[in-house]
Design a protein around this ligand. Structure first.
Ligand code: SF4
Ligand code: SF4
Length: 116
């Protein structure tokens, strides 16, 4: 049995780079093809509602009367269906994730776009 079983580990850790980052001051760039969140170029949207119909979690709501498009980011599972079926290609999957939410902050995760 070694007399100082942890000595090797301690010396190695003293001279190696830290395994963690000083988040949020140091952020890692997302990996390519990371599914972060759904984004819309609303000026291109024709409010056809196909994205809402094809969304498996009903995260998208389209109200043609109010000329309003809405997404609940907490309900979205980032499957990408909406971006694939959108006839105007105005939906896309961005690499950056939405901000973390705390309980009671659900309203902050609902994003609404509307025409005046
Ligand atoms: S990515 Fe999937 S779950 Fe999210 S809004 Fe689009 S269709 Fe719905
Ligand atoms: S499918 Fe595209 S154009 Fe149609 S409502 Fe959705 S985002 Fe707008």
């Amino acid at each position: 049995m070694s007399f100082f079983p942890m000595t090797g580990t301690v010396i190695k850790n003293l001279f190696s780079r830290p395994a963690t980052r000083l988040y949020p001051f140091v952020k890692r760039e997302p990996f390519a093809l990371t599914r972060g969140h759904v984004a819309i170029e609303f000026s291109q949207c024709i409010l056809c509602g196909i994205c809402a119909k094809r969304c498996p979690t009903h995260a998208i709501a389209v109200d043609r009367e109010k000329k309003e498009w809405q997404i609940d980011h907490l309900a979205c599972v980032i499957c990408g269906n909406c971006a694939i079926v959108c006839p105007k290609k105005c939906l896309s999957i961005k690499e950056t994730a939405s901000n973390a939410v705390t309980s009671g902050a659900k309203a902050d995760e609902t994003e609404t776009h509307a025409n005046a």
